[in-house]
Write a protein that binds this ligand. Structure first.
Ligand SMILES: [Zn+2]
Length: 256
């Protein structure tokens, strides 16, 4: 989970339209939020990812669900309030179900920065300290964020593949250290590989909180960066990507 920003609500969702849709919902409980203009804007807002577990959603991926952060059947007036619509995956939306976030708050990545609450270990989320312990446990429990089969397994597979990839690129670069600057083909392979690695940790990438943390803490990545710097091959583009990824990195140990 990473911090996400709201974008402006769709023009079509005027105050009048909101009143009309809310009245319709109160009358017959129809899915009044299920509109193309709402879904398109939400997908853009979340970079095609579930705002909770960060799996890809939308075309070619899991179906996008619209989670009402405050449960719609209880807080009917918020059924099409833009700030109450959280794009999510089927797993997180179904896990959260009718949970009352007013009575028992959970972390809303539009409002709170997950970096202030979680640390990551073994592809799982944990509470950073005792002050956040309650809300973190509720968030993990309500959303099923540490469910092995539905979520953890996928982070594990992608994370381990990324670790292998980093090691491969570093080994290739270090074996070819002496010729790298003059051999364009080999140089490009390393630079492209490095860029591909970093692209796994930017905010548009799937499971970016975990991937960014893996990259930044990986011994071979640190060595690769150092080697490219020494050879004068570390570009502005790579540095910018590195900066972006670093922003998504999370703690891997609890606060002291
Ligand atoms: Zn999800």
């Amino acid at each position: 989970m990473i911090k996400v920003e709201r974008i402006e609500q769709p023009e079509e969702l005027t105050e009048d339209v909101q009143h009309q849709l809310t009245a319709e919902f109160k009358k017959d409980k129809k899915s009044v939020w299920d509109k193309k203009y709402i879904k398109d804007k939400l997908l853009k807002e979340c970079n095609n990812k579930c705002v909770y577990c960060e799996c890809f959603i939308g075309k070619g991926h899991k179906e996008m669900h619209i989670d009402h952060f405050h449960y719609k059947d209880k807080y009917e007036d918020e059924v099409v309030v833009w700030s109450n619509l959280n794009p999510s995956c089927p797993h997180c939306n179904k896990s959260k179900s009718s949970h009352d976030t007013y009575e028992e708050p959970i972390i809303n990545p539009f409002e709170q920065n997950p970096q202030d609450y979680f640390y990551l270990k073994n592809y799982r989320y944990y509470g950073k300290n005792s002050q956040v312990e309650k809300i973190v446990r509720d968030t993990i429990g309500v959303l099923g964020l540490n469910d092995t089969d539905d979520v953890v397994k996928f982070r594990f597979e992608q994370g381990e593949a990324l670790i292998d990839k980093i090691e491969d690129i570093y080994e290739f670069a270090s074996e070819n250290e002496k010729v790298l600057c003059n051999d364009t083909r080999k140089k490009n392979r390393v630079l492209r590989g490095c860029k591909n690695i970093l692209n796994k940790g930017i905010k548009e990438a799937e499971y970016s909180a975990f991937m960014a943390t893996i990259i930044m803490d990986d011994t071979y990545y640190i060595k690769l960066k150092k080697l490219l710097r020494t050879l004068g091959l570390w570009s502005y583009e790579l540095q910018n990507l590195d900066d972006e990824v670093r922003k998504n990195r999370m703690q891997t140990t609890p606060d002291l």
